[in-house]
Design a protein around this ligand. Structure first.
Ligand SMILES: N[C@@H](CCC(=O)N[C@@H](CS)C(=O)NCC(=O)O)C(=O)O
Length: 208
């Protein structure tokens, strides 16, 4: 399979999962903001044919094209069941896993993305500077909620590393990079999971 990505962005979640999975893959590094005529640009027509928004990540496997990072994580986990990225668990445990994934995507990362959109991603004329304060407020609220959703243990689900831990660690890494107020326990979570050999290999792939 082929993964199109860029640096430590959301595509890093998928790259890390591929390294955890042991599946064979090719990584294609893009520059999403490069001029469209550049082959590695997110705006290049060949890439837009795969990902209409010109965003990363995109995963291609044969005829299958996926453009949502969480869906890609589930797909990689299902292609490599022995990786344990999706634990063999009861209905109730799966329900908690889904709840955490959706919470991270819908609540925890949204203020980070609001910050990015209103600092550099949106066209200048639609950016709203006050959104940065709003994003800080919403992130703090989401972190408080996460304190209640997460068990007080090494991993998010049961006693093994799963795709939820990848999502959490990458999202807190993003928050730290964007200088959000990240409590020490989530800085430690990021540090702990980023020390995994698969994460280190993925960091080497992006040259970090
Ligand atoms: N919901 C998508 C969001 C993808 C996304 O917004 N990716 C960002 C990088 S983290 C991007 O490519 N942004 C380019 C832009 O907005 O122009 C996912 O989780 O995969």
């Amino acid at each position: 399979m082929k993964l199109y990505g860029m640096g430590p962005s959301r595509s890093f979640r998928c790259l890390w999962a591929l390294e955890e999975s042991g599946l064979a893959y090719d990584y294609i590094a893009l520059d999403i903001r490069a001029p469209a005529e550049q082959a590695n640009s997110g705006q290049n027509p060949d890439y837009l044919a795969l990902n209409t928004q010109g965003k990363v990540p995109t995963l291609v496997n044969g005829d299958l094209v996926l453009t949502e990072s969480a869906a890609i994580l589930y797909y990689i986990a299902r292609c490599a069941p022995e990786s344990g990225l999706l634990p063999n668990a009861s209905m109730d445990v799966y329900a908690k896993l889904d709840e955490l994934v959706i919470f991270i995507m819908a609540e925890l990362e949204q203020p980070l993305w609001s910050n990015g959109k209103h600092r550099f991603a949106l066209p200048e004329e639609v950016r709203i500077p006050q959104m940065l304060e709003t994003a800080n407020f919403e992130f703090a609220k989401a972190v408080k909620t996460l304190d209640h959703l997460l068990p007080d243990s090494e991993y998010a689900i049961g006693n093994q590393f799963s795709l939820v831990d990848i999502l959490l660690a990458q999202t807190f890494n993003w928050a730290i990079r964007f200088e959000f107020d990240v409590p020490q326990k989530y800085r430690d979570l990021r540090d702990r999971h980023y020390q995994r050999p698969a994460a280190q290999r993925a960091l080497e792939v992006i040259g970090a």
